[in-house]
Design a protein around this ligand. Structure first.
Ligand code: GYE
Length: 310
């Protein structure tokens, strides 16, 4: 790294690069898999990783980033819990000449010189895939056969890029069919407990929900508990569309309790370490690096489960 004095002879990659990583939290299966991927990749790349968990609070992430600046790490990476409010701390990093890499979630800033690269999924596309599926499966998704497909939406963390973008992509696609209506929409904060509680309250005030659109698997799994507790059959009485593709949800998909999952892949640790090395070496890196992902229906989930890595 820039502060190294003995790295010149080492071609093993990594050398003594230090990285400060400010994680969102441990709110979901996606997140814990992402954390494991980053820790394992840092280790095998020989990068000295300083890791912090912000418990889904922006102020904690900002504190962590400031402490990495103080420690003069070679590179900072983080997954911004919400989109806005980052300019000040990112300017501090820039002034300290510490490059920043965004992972997983984007920031909403006019100044794109505040970060070197953004590595993560395209959440609008993910929302579109979910919306397309519903439009294509509209007939069987009108579970009470009354001519209207009533969707209850479990949103991710308020202000987070994946919550904003998945909603946008989904709404754009379902607009093609005026029988499809979002009748309730609330944040379950990407947690199982949040999904369960919000679904319980949706079920109390609406007895004709046909479809749940959950912005992640954990909330879908919480919703399944609430639906079963209300005496209904998830996947049949109420169709469920979810996102991420974590093992528990893939199992629920294979078991018929979820109907469709849009994959969101958290296993980009190795890609991140590669970008970090290049950034620290002063090489040019792509400003936007996408993570590859697909979708699963029930049969595809059965086939994919044995090799599922997260
Ligand atoms: O879908 C959700 C997690 O930012 C893509 O965050 C990520 C989302 C993921 O809590 O499970």
């Amino acid at each position: 790294g820039s502060s190294s004095s003995d790295g010149a002879g080492s071609s093993s990659g990594g050398g003594d690069i230090s990285m400060g990583f400010a994680q969102v939290g441990a709110e979901s299966g996606y997140r814990t898999a992402n954390t494991e991927s980053i820790k394992a990749a840092a280790k095998s790349a020989g990068i000295d990783l300083k890791f912090s968990d912000a418990q889904q609070k922006q102020e904690n992430q900002i504190k962590a980033i400031r402490s990495y600046i103080q420690q003069k790490v070679d590179v900072i990476a983080f997954s911004p819990v919400v989109e806005t409010g980052w300019d000040t701390v990112l300017q501090e990093a820039k002034r300290a000449k510490i490059p920043v890499i965004l992972t997983d979630r984007a920031v909403d800033s006019k100044d794109d010189s505040l970060y070197e690269s953004f590595l993560g999924s395209d959440f609008v596309v993910e929302g579109e895939k979910a919306g397309d599926w519903l439009v294509q499966n509209a007939d069987t998704s009108d579970t009470d056969g009354d001519g209207t497909i009533r969707v209850a939406e479990l949103q991710g963390t308020t202000g987070a890029a994946p919550a904003i973008d998945r909603k946008e992509g989904f709404e754009e696609k379902i607009a093609a069919d005026d029988k499809i209506d979002i009748i309730a929409s609330q944040s379950g904060d990407f947690t199982r407990d949040g999904g369960k509680k919000v679904m319980e309250s949706f079920l109390k005030s609406n007895d004709n929900i046909d479809v749940v659109f959950a912005h992640n698997d954990d909330m879908a799994l919480g919703a399944i508990e609430a639906i079963e507790a209300a005496g209904k059959k998830p996947g049949t009485d109420i169709k469920i569309i979810s996102m991420d593709g974590v093992r528990d949800a893939m199992q629920a998909l294979a078991d018929g309790k979820i109907n469709f999952i849009v994959e969101c892949n958290p296993l980009f640790g190795d890609q991140l370490m590669e970008i970090a090395k290049n950034v620290v070496d002063g090489k040019k890196v792509d400003k936007r690096v996408l993570v590859e992902e697909g979708t699963f229906d029930q049969e595809q989930a059965k086939a994919a489960l044995p090799d599922r890595k997260y």
